[in-house]
Design a protein around this ligand. Structure first.
Ligand SMILES: C[S@@+](CC[C@H](N)C(=O)[O-])C[C@H]1O[C@@H](n2cnc3c(N)ncnc32)[C@H](O)[C@@H]1O
Length: 214
């Protein structure tokens, strides 16, 4: 009775410029939500070309652009409204030449090869929105350079938030998020030992796949 629950209006949170602006304002205000991601990112020690998958309004891409001046970034985002708001925000910060937004679906097998190879592909809080995560991961693995790393950071379904009688976006996302075992099943086709799925405190999950060990 703790099954993954995808609520129909989850995607509507990102539709329209107003919703995208609201999401962006929340993300800019609570950068704490990216702390665990950045801690882990530092340990990966990657330079070169980065791809942000499901970049939303580019909050993380902007932070990376500021922190790592030599990294080249592409932000892939499904919603044109999110991408438009992201471009606006990055321009306000003078980072418009550092992050290139691409509007598209990470499930699209034709799209990723057109973007070239990446040293690091990362994604924050987007995995539980992907309709076909296995296909997305396949596409992303193909887009990695030979020694590239795929790092997926997301919410985790935890029972103590799952049962909260709230319909706010956060709780709906928690109910739609994965648990570690589901991700491991999803990655079963990969050879053992080449990926790490880790529960992060308090309700987060990280997946790291290193291409060179495949
Ligand atoms: C909760 S937002 C996270 C945004 C941003 N990564 C962050 O951490 O603030 C999830 C984003 O993933 C995008 N998304 C969902 N499925 C996608 C797909 N198949 N391809 C590209 N983007 C996708 C949504 O449009 C949405 O902007």
């Amino acid at each position: 009775m703790f099954e993954r629950k995808i609520e129909v209006d989850q995607e509507q949170d990102f539709e329209g410029l107003e919703a995208a602006r609201q999401y962006a304002a929340g993300a800019q205000k609570s950068t704490m939500r990216y702390r665990a991601f950045f801690e882990r990112l530092e340990t990966l020690d990657k330079v070169g070309r980065y791809l942000d998958v499901g970049a939303g309004p580019g909050t993380v891409a902007g932070m990376i652009a500021q922190k790592y001046p030599r990294v080249e970034l592409i932000a892939l985002e499904l919603s044109p409204d999110m991408a438009a708001v992201g471009q606006e925000l990055l321009k306000n910060k003078g980072l418009e030449n550092r992050v290139k937004f691409v509007v598209g679906d990470a499930t699209d097998t034709g799209l990723l090869p057109s973007l070239g190879k990446f040293d690091l592909i990362y994604s924050t809080y987007s995995l539980h929105h992907w309709e076909n995560p296995r296909q997305v991961i396949d596409n992303l693995m193909t887009a990695l350079a030979d020694d590239g790393v795929l790092f997926i950071h997301d919410l985790r379904r935890v029972w103590w938030l799952y049962w909260a009688p709230s319909r706010s976006g956060f709780f709906r996302s928690i109910r739609g998020a994965y648990v570690k075992e589901e991700i491991e099943t999803m990655l079963a086709d990969f050879s053992p030992g080449c990926y790490e799925v880790k529960n992060e405190i308090p309700f987060l999950l990280s997946v790291i796949i290193k291409k060179s060990t495949l």
